[in-house]
Design a protein around this ligand. Structure first.
Ligand SMILES: *[C@@H]1O[C@H](CO)[C@@H](O)[C@H](O)[C@H]1NC(C)=O
Ligand SMILES: *[C@@H]1O[C@H](CO)[C@@H](O)[C@H](O)[C@H]1NC(C)=O
Ligand SMILES: *[C@@H]1O[C@H](CO)[C@@H](O)[C@H](O)[C@H]1NC(C)=O
Ligand SMILES: *[C@@H]1O[C@H](CO)[C@@H](O)[C@H](O)[C@H]1NC(C)=O
Ligand SMILES: *[C@@H]1O[C@H](CO)[C@@H](O)[C@H](O)[C@H]1NC(C)=O
Ligand SMILES: *[C@@H]1O[C@H](CO)[C@@H](O)[C@H](O)[C@H]1NC(C)=O
Ligand SMILES: *[C@@H]1O[C@H](CO)[C@@H](O)[C@H](O)[C@H]1NC(C)=O
Length: 860
């Protein structure tokens, strides 16, 4: 994260050059207005991408403000992509207006950048404001950047609007602090005003009204979602001249029906038809696609569906981008398109529209979203048009955008999200030190959703806001979050199945594990006696029980109504029944009678690692015990990553998922979210973001690409949690300390890590050991997965740290460590030692041949 900040290119790269870089092949669009303003700054500066931002104090822009002041953010969040424009801001304590002279015949993008921080002593939580334009459009109302970013666990946000041509030749933006709150103020860090071609000139067909259409050309718009369906994240620099950001569509797919993705061969040229300029969407969007899969029977029985959270009482335009990459003839692939359960397009035939393969086409559909319960969503579904008997029962989609249209009053603003709910829940899960950490699924899901959302927000896409859902009886209480909605985990590795249906899956499960009758389970738990509950979660409750006359077990009973549960139940059984390892929790059996989903595990006498760290009455663990537990957990994860037939990515590594048995042996638990990892020719799994708040790999939610390094990141957070004895997230602390990962890295960089070490460990950790441990944790948290060590390396380093600690405790000098490690009998952990395939950069160790004997790329 430091590297990005330091990468500020000199402002040599001019804006014009960038524009020409953006523009590719045919109809290159060159904006006549391109204003990037860094507000509150006294000099022009370039951002990390080399884009030049003009200082608002010196540029020709006129700012009329009685009470405005430049300010510098008090703290630079490491998640900021660049110091420019986020580290400076302009603060308004009364209504103030920026006025930009612009070409009066063109539409303009307006992108507003906000980084809530303390400015001139003003607290970001007191800032509520509206932003409106001279054209009478309300862009934001009662807007709290603080609440919004906090809810999305993002440091900053960018909102992207498209404004109609300004007939008077100027765009003005009026910032007005909310009158509702005392001491409220407005602020802005960056403003982009960029002319854009009219990509909204065609009317959009109103779904459900065959003959009606919506005239988009007269509306201001707010970008809600922009997806490269079946493809990857595309940054602004890879857009076709309009500096838009495109995201992977997987997080929005409903159910397990993911279909399959494919892309055009390298030798194929995507040819835009006459009249369709290339700036409509970049070639990279059209080169990749998602279809339903090869099996017509499966395809007939499911809809390929995406779900989006939106604000009620607005009209939206759903723009679908198509490019047929496989078929060449009419009536080969014909499908129906549903938007919110109504037919938007019957018998869509891409070749019918373009008459040629590899030729892009897009269609706009408008839909009004009401304010009824469950209505604040847009569903887009594709299904083969069976009635016309096409050659293949299949459908295809390459890209999708959703825009919100300003309403009749010229409003585009929606409500703020409700972060407190989520944070409360995140906080709450911590207090439920559940035996198997089951609570955490739901929360993790929510946090993941937010994370994805925040990325969308961050780079100019603005989404949703959804009203607070009553929590408690609804197991997906945190479902107010934008992305998740009704989509649930799909953990099955098959990509070609229809929506998973509980009962049919469950029937296969009995074969995989010992079957318990419901009567046995009832007996074991004294009819689910509340006094035996040792954990509570979204999945259900975990009970302590006794089976087979005396074997202690943990019994996880799922909440039968949770569909998410069905999938995770199944995954957990599939995963656990295949895996046996000293450092993984063993599944003993399952029960699926009476519509119940019950899992029976080994009982872990000492519960979770977390309950021995903080908020606890238990005696504190010694540093050596902590190290040994970390080593055990690392070994379990290393086995998951390398020891099984497939790489298995845990996805939810945290201190409540590391359990400890009666002999203090650490065991990794909770495979409900696990994914089978990439196979050889693929370096990541593209997937919905899942995991737990505070532990999520930032790269994972930025790119939505899952690798074993995502687990390494989470494990790095665990290491700091063990060292500092504080939660991964502490919402009540000052902002810069909320996230343990950020705070620990900050302290480590400043060389003051010892200040945040668990006071109970004071003077008990050998300095060399602390150094090694902290370095290891720090490397786990590196921004880019490729830079992080493998789990094997982490394990190796932790074992080394343990050696250093043992030497410290026995008063031996450091140098002895190496000889000691070389001793063949060694200590017990040495005997089992497994080192990763790559050595750490410790030169003294690399030079030591003895260590090569310990290298074993495969976990045990
Ligand atoms: C304004 O935009 C129109 C349409 O893109 C263009 O033809 C014209 O040259 C622009 N005017 C100026 C002054 O740039
Ligand atoms: C974006 O464009 C650059 C330069 O053309 C290219 O190297 C990079 O691979 C592209 N990235 C994506 C995600 O397509
Ligand atoms: C592109 O390459 C594939 C194999 O790599 C080949 O089957 C196909 O015919 C080629 N297409 C063209 C248009 O050259
Ligand atoms: C939507 O409009 C209805 C009727 O005007 C109103 O009662 C409701 O509060 C509005 N909902 C939102 C979220 O603004
Ligand atoms: C569409 O139908 C499904 C059930 O088939 C329902 O759950 C969902 O709420 C509907 N969506 C909308 C937006 O009406
Ligand atoms: C697909 O969606 C449409 C519209 O909601 C619905 O009528 C149809 O039953 C769905 N088909 C399947 C197989 O789910
Ligand atoms: C302004 O936003 C806050 C926080 O979301 C909310 O509690 C309050 O009700 C909103 N006020 C209005 C007038 O919408």
């Amino acid at each position: 994260m430091t590297s990005r900040r330091n990468r500020l290119l000199p402002s040599l790269i001019s804006v014009a050059l960038l524009v020409s870089l953006f523009a590719s092949s045919n109809a290159a669009f060159v904006p006549s207005d391109l204003i990037l303003l860094t507000c509150g700054s006294s000099s022009d500066e370039a951002d990390a991408d080399g884009r030049k931002w003009l200082a608002d104090s010196t540029s020709k822009t006129s700012l009329s403000a009685k009470d405005s002041a430049p300010a510098t953010a008090m703290f630079q969040d490491p998640a900021l992509p660049s110091a420019v424009p986020y580290m400076s801001a302009r603060i308004f304590t009364s209504e103030s207006t920026y006025k930009f002279p612009v070409n009066q015949t063109e539409r303009h993008w307006v992108r507003l950048h906000f980084y809530p921080s303390t400015y001139n002593g003003l607290l970001p939580e007191n800032s509520y404001f509206s932003v409106s334009t001279s054209g009478g459009i309300t862009l934001l109302k009662n807007f709290s950047a603080y609440i919004t970013t906090k809810a999305l666990t993002q440091a900053y946000i960018v909102k992207e609007f498209s404004l109609l041509p300004a007939s008077d030749g100027s765009i003005s933006l009026t910032f007005k602090p909310s009158e509702e709150y005392k001491d409220s103020f407005a602020f802005v860090n960056g403003i982009e005003i960029i002319s854009m071609p009219d990509i909204y000139s065609e009317p959009a067909q109103l779904v459900g009204f065959a003959t009606q259409s919506v005239d988009v050309s007269n509306s201001a718009l707010l970008t809600m979602y922009r997806l490269n369906v079946g493809g990857q994240y595309l940054p602004p620099i890879n857009d076709s001249g309009l500096s838009r950001t495109w995201y992977d569509d997987t997080p929005y797919i409903y159910g397990a029906g993911f279909g399959i993705t494919f892309s055009a061969d390298d030798n194929v040229t995507i040819q835009y038809p006459d009249g369709t300029p290339d700036y409509v969407a970049p070639i990279d969007v059209y080169r990749t696609a998602r279809s339903m899969g090869p099996d017509p029977k499966v395809n007939m029985n499911y809809n390929l569906t995406w779900i989006f959270e939106v604000d009620a009482n607005f009209t939206y335009v759903v723009r679908l981008h198509f490019c047929e990459l496989q078929m060449t003839k009419i009536n080969q692939r014909v499908f129906d398109i549903f938007v919110n359960n109504q037919t938007a397009q019957a018998q869509a035939d891409v070749i019918g529209w373009t008459s040629e393969k590899d030729m892009p086409v897009y269609k706009d559909y408008a839909v009004y979203v009401n304010d009824g319960p469950g209505d604040e969503q847009i569903w887009v579904a594709l299904h083969p048009s069976v009635s016309v008997k096409p050659e293949y029962y299949d459908s295809i989609l390459n890209g999708m955008e959703i825009f919100k249209l300003s309403d009749t009053t010229g409003n585009l603003a929606g409500p703020n999200p409700q972060p407190s709910l989520m944070l409360e829940e995140a906080e709450m899960q911590r207090t439920f030190a559940s035996e198997s950490g089951s609570k955490v699924h739901v929360i993790g899901t929510a946090a993941g959703g937010v994370a994805v959302a925040s990325v969308l927000f961050a780079i100019g896409l603005v989404m949703y806001q959804r009203k607070r859902r009553v929590m408690g009886n609804d197991s997906s209480a945190s479902g107010w979050l934008p992305i998740y909605g009704n989509s649930h985990t799909t953990t099955s590795s098959s990509t070609i199945s229809g929506r998973s249906c509980g009962s049919s899956h469950l029937s296969n499960l009995a074969a995989m594990c010992r079957h318990f009758s419901f009567a046995e389970i009832k007996k074991a738990t004294k009819s689910f006696d509340e006094s035996l509950v040792i954990g509570v979660g979204g999945f259900g409750k975990v009970y302590k029980g006794v089976v087979d006359e005396g074997t202690k077990v943990a019994i996880k009973r799922s909440n039968p109504s949770s569909e998410q549960g069905v999938n995770e139940f199944q995954t957990e059984i599939e995963m656990l029944s295949k895996l046996r390892h000293k450092h993984l929790v063993s599944l003993i059996g399952c029960c699926e009678e009476n519509g119940e989903m019950i899992l029976v595990y080994d009982y872990m006498a000492h519960g979770t690692l977390r309950e021995h760290l903080y908020k606890t009455n238990k005696p504190p663990l010694s540093w050596k015990q902590r190290l040994e537990i970390c080593i055990g957990a690392a070994r379990g994860l290393h086995y998951l990553h390398t020891g099984a037939k497939y790489t298995i990515i845990h996805r939810d590594v945290k201190t409540t998922n590391i359990l400890v048995d009666e002999n203090w042996v650490a065991k990794v638990s909770d495979f409900g979210l696990s994914k089978t990892g990439p196979t050889m020719n693929q370096s990541h799994v593209s997937t919905m973001v899942k995991g737990s708040f505070g532990y999520l790999d930032p790269e994972y939610f930025r790119r939505q690409q899952l690798t074993d390094k995502s687990d390494v990141y989470s494990f790095g957070v665990v290491l700091f949690e063990v060292l500092c004895a504080r939660p991964a997230l502490s919402p009540n602390l000052p902002r810069e300390q909320v996230s343990l990962a950020d705070w620990a890295l900050h302290c480590q960089k400043k060389g003051v890590l010892q200040d945040i070490v668990d006071p109970l460990l004071e003077g008990k950790i050998g300095p060399e050991c602390l150094k090694k441990f902290a370095e290891t944790a720090q490397k786990c948290l590196l921004d880019h997965g490729v830079d992080r060590p493998s789990m094997g390396d982490v394990l190796w380093n932790l074992e080394f740290a343990l050696q250093l600690q043992e030497n410290f405790e026995s008063g031996k000098p450091v140098a002895d460590v190496i000889t000691e490690r070389a001793a063949p009998a060694g200590t017990d952990h040495l005997a089992e030692s497994v080192a990763g395939s790559e050595m750490s950069e410790d030169s003294e160790l690399n030079n030591s041949a003895v260590f090569s004997q310990l290298i074993n790329p495969v976990g045990r």
